[in-house]
Design a protein around this ligand. Structure first.
Ligand code: ADP
Ligand code: MG
Length: 503
């Protein structure tokens, strides 16, 4: 099968999201689509999947123009899509999710769950997906939920599969397993469109690379000759510094003090197990670890989002054990949360409203009981400039921005006041290289202005590049402490898998 996008243009009010794009994908190849956040990748894929209608241009399958009135038409034509944010029903089983909307039925319209189970088992076996048809979605780790999405697409007989930033939520090991899966799909004759901002991944897996910038295809690159540096430049339109440049740390007073902290997870199990560490003024401490080893609960406890059940936390000598988020904020703590859609932004609020989200009750934005919106909008405009947020205006809802730009809104809000402590979780998850460079620079700047900085990231490269000191978490405990210059990714990887530093 050959799928061609010919002269595709898509305009949203005030935004040219796709600009005369020509792109072809054939069976049996992996095409990587690279581009900064907001470059128009998801829009293009949504057009190909029948979710949006192109303003101009055609979609052709094997040379014939097709018209998609909705995803149903695209699916019928053999196109499948694994979305950036999964669209599974959390309380349903795998089998129920896979057949949702196309249920095999017994006479009388009853769902034939046996047949659904068999189908899941068959597809799972064929591609080594290792998915249990009876598992409940919300109890599966993200990596397995993604495989359910893949099964769902294959169940509908997709020939071309689109993956929108599939590796953003995966651990390094899960990424390798995922690559195994898409190589198998390719060998089986499927066409794969793989969207990512990770240059290493592109070079590892692509047969062809197309780069999108500001809505237009600015070039195709050959994975045999391309380098990370050349791809980054093509993507951003200027040379990009891929290494973090920073002076040696000069740590002074202890700002964050964590002692014997115990925190339970949502299942009431001990997720943080007697953890103790300090973060000093003028240093960046990075916590490395495979997701699910207590990092999330640790940060939630430090920022007032979850109660601890033992131990204590202080910032600048002030006890903040089980303080509220507002009390933590008032103690000059900035927080860039892990899940920006859930706890970082109010998606239906405008950018201006999001910028003043946690300072609306303070001057200068509040005059007595009345908000000073002119003042707020002015400040929003300034932050949009300074933090390079790509948006047509400060008065559109946050939900309209791409992920990386949403992250910049949070960083802008959190870093625009003087803080003693910065806590940043997965600060660049799902963010493109241009914005990663920018966010990393801002984090180092916070350190150099005298903040204590704690970052938590499941990207080992990021922890290595940013940190002055690295703590590795495994199974709720800090199992190793290293300086980046004294260790390697391989060694940290061992600690992340449970090896202990004293044996
Ligand atoms: N539904 C929409 N309404 C208005 N603007 C949109 C909508 N969807 C995307 N955009 C805008 O189109 C541009 C491209 O977005 P998108 O395709 O999501 O980029 P990418 O996936 O490459 O990050 C961005 O400027 C984004 O803000
Ligand atoms: Mg996107």
């Amino acid at each position: 099968m050959e799928l061609e996008l010919r002269g595709i243009t898509k305009r949203f009010p005030g935004v040219l999201a796709n600009d005369n794009v020509n792109l072809t994908i054939r069976s049996g190849e992996i095409l990587c689509l690279l581009g900064e956040n907001g470059a128009g990748k998801s829009t293009l894929m949504n057009i190909m999947y029948g979710l949006y209608t192109a303003t101009e241009g055609d979609i052709l399958i094997d040379g014939d123009v097709v018209n998609f009135d909705g995803p149903g038409d695209a699916i019928a034509a053999g196109i499948g899509m694994v979305h950036q944010h999964f669209m599974l029903v959390p309380v349903f089983s795998v089998a129920e999710n896979v057949v949702l909307g196309v249920e095999p039925t017994l006479t009388g319209g009853v769902l034939d769950i046996e047949e659904a189970r068999d189908d899941v088992r068959k597809i799972s076996g064929q591609y080594n997906l290792d998915v249990d048809p009876d598992a409940i979605i919300e109890q599966l780790p993200v990596g397995l939920q993604q495989r359910v999405e893949i099964i769902k697409v294959l169940f509908r007989d997709a020939e071309i599969l689109v993956f929108d930033e599939p590796t953003a939520v995966l651990t390094p090991q899960e990424v390798q397993e995922f690559f195994g899966i898409i190589r198998k799909l390719k060998d089986d004759g499927k066409g794969i469109i793989f969207i990512t901002h990770k240059l290493k991944e592109v070079l590892e897996i692509a047969d062809r690379i197309a780069v999108l910038r500001r809505g237009a295809v600015v070039g195709e690159a050959d994975p045999a000759t391309a380098t990370e540096v050349s791809l980054a430049e093509l993507m951003v339109g200027r040379p990009v510094e891929l290494k973090v440049s920073k002076a040696d740390a000069d740590p002074t007073d202890v700002v964050l003090e964590v002692r014997d902290l115990d925190v339970l997870n949502v299942h009431n199990q001990l997720a943080v197990d007697s953890v103790s560490f300090d973060v000093r003024r003028g240093e960046i401490v990075g916590i490395a670890g495979v997701q699910g080893n207590g990092q999330t609960e640790l940060v939630e406890a430090l920022t007032g989002l979850r109660e601890s059940v033992g131990g204590r936390v202080s910032v600048g000598g002030v006890d903040l054990t089980n303080a509220s988020p507002r009390e933590v904020h008032n103690a000059s703590v900035a927080h860039v949360p892990e899940d920006r859609q859930r706890s970082g932004l109010v998606m239906s609020f405008t950018l201006t409203e999001n910028f003043v989200l946690d300072s609306y009750y303070d001057e200068p934005f509040s005059q007595g009981i009345k908000m000073d919106w002119d003042r707020s909008r002015q400040e929003a405009g300034r932050l949009i400039q300074e933090f390079d947020v790509r948006t047509p205006s400060s008065e559109i809802p946050a939900s309209n921005l791409s992920g990386g730009n949403q992250q910049k809104v949070i960083v802008a809000r959190e870093f625009s006041r003087d803080v003693a402590l910065v806590i940043a979780s997965q600060p660049t998850r799902g963010v493109d290289v241009g914005s990663i460079e920018f966010i990393h620079e801002r984090i180092v700047a916070e350190r150099d202005q005298g903040a204590a900085v704690l970052i938590v990231s499941s990207e080992l490269d990021e922890v290595m590049a940013l940190s002055d000191r690295i703590l590795v978490m495994f199974d709720g405990k800090v199992v190793a402490e290293k300086r980046p210059e004294q260790t390697t990714n391989a060694e940290l990887g061992l600690y992340m898998a449970g090896a202990s530093s004293d044996g």
